[in-house]
Design a protein around this ligand. Structure first.
Ligand code: ATP
Length: 270
């Protein structure tokens, strides 16, 4: 089974999935019910109930090993449920076609940008369109169809990097590279964006800049965002709701506006 990062590599893109899948009529980006995930003999998620609204931004927090990444993986069907159910973008994830359709409408951002270093910023954003029908994984900015290049340029402009479109990814700063990764995730206009510690590799100022932009763009697009973070200030500032995991269970689920920093820090005590 591929991990989250291989999903953004074109060879593993769900090419068979239709770009325009059935509309989500469930009213939620994701519904997780009684989810149990096992890794070997150990239960890493132990009965998780969680709903992500269609346009909601949720921060997942908790100590190391609490199950945050496992939950992100489960939301796109990258780890199987040993119990309970997951429905994402109206699709049942226990079915291969449902998983492919849900993933085709999901954007991904990772701790490390995962850009192709020798390709231009624009080519890297074009890669975010590879779930479209007819996509060829060798496409770069130079040979992708003009409308696709235009979409990629628009996404780069939205992250403030239109003027760096032709620069190789390895010439960008960490913060700029992560902004390109955000553009790559959003260019296909996903209904759901998931991000695993998107600022962990950045310094605090660059991290704030990326999250500010990322969270605002997702809101402007009317998509849902689920991100993990170890930065409690990011959880409070860039999410509508904070969900805390501890030992594979939900230990906190509250609107960000009703949380104090001390509430979040309490999750890490003991
Ligand atoms: N591929 C795997 N095989 C076996 N066990 C795993 C695997 N991935 C994660 N686990 C285990 O599942 C549990 C939850 O891990 P997970 O990565 O979801 O936690 P996390 O909250 O994201 O932690 P962190 O903050 O350290 O990234 C941990 O005990 C971990 O060791």
């Amino acid at each position: 089974m591929p991990d989250l990062e291989t999903l953004t590599r074109r060879a593993d893109a769900p090419a068979a999935a239709p770009f325009h899948a059935a509309p989500d009529t469930s009213g939620a980006a994701c519904r997780v019910t009684g989810l149990v995930v096992r890794r070997g003999a150990r239960e890493t998620l132990r009965g998780v109930d969680f709903t992500l609204g269609a346009t909601e931004r949720v921060a997942l927090i908790g100590p190391n090993g609490a199950g945050k990444t496992t939950l992100l993986n489960a939301v796109v069907g990258l780890v199987p449920a040993a119990g309970g159910a997951v429905e994402t973008l109206g699709e049942r994830l226990d079915r291969a076609r449902g998983r492919a359709r849900a993933r085709a409408r999901t954007g991904f951002v990772f701790q490390k940008h995962g850009l192709v270093r020798r390709r231009s910023a624009l080519s890297n954003v074009v890669h975010g369109l590879m779930a479209r029908p007819g996509a060829w994984r060798g496409w770069s900015a130079a040979i992708a169809p003009a409308p696709w290049r235009a979409d990629a340029m628009e996404a780069l402009a939205e992250v403030g990097l239109a003027d760096r479109a032709g620069d190789r990814a390895d010439r960008l700063s960490g913060g700029q590279a992560q902004r390109v990764a955000v553009a790559r995730a959003l260019v296909s206009r996903p209904r759901l964006v998931i991000a695993d510690e998107p600022t962990a590799s950045l310094d605090p100022a660059a991290g704030r800049e990326v999250m500010e932009l990322f969270s605002a763009l997702v809101a402007r697009r009317g998509a849902a965002l689920l991100f993990t973070t170890h930065d409690m200030e990011h959880a409070l500032a860039y999410a509508d709701r904070v969900v805390g995991l501890r030992d594979g269970r939900i230990a906190l689920d509250r609107p960000a506006a009703d949380c104090a920093l001390t509430d979040l820090e309490a999750l890490f005590d003991g």
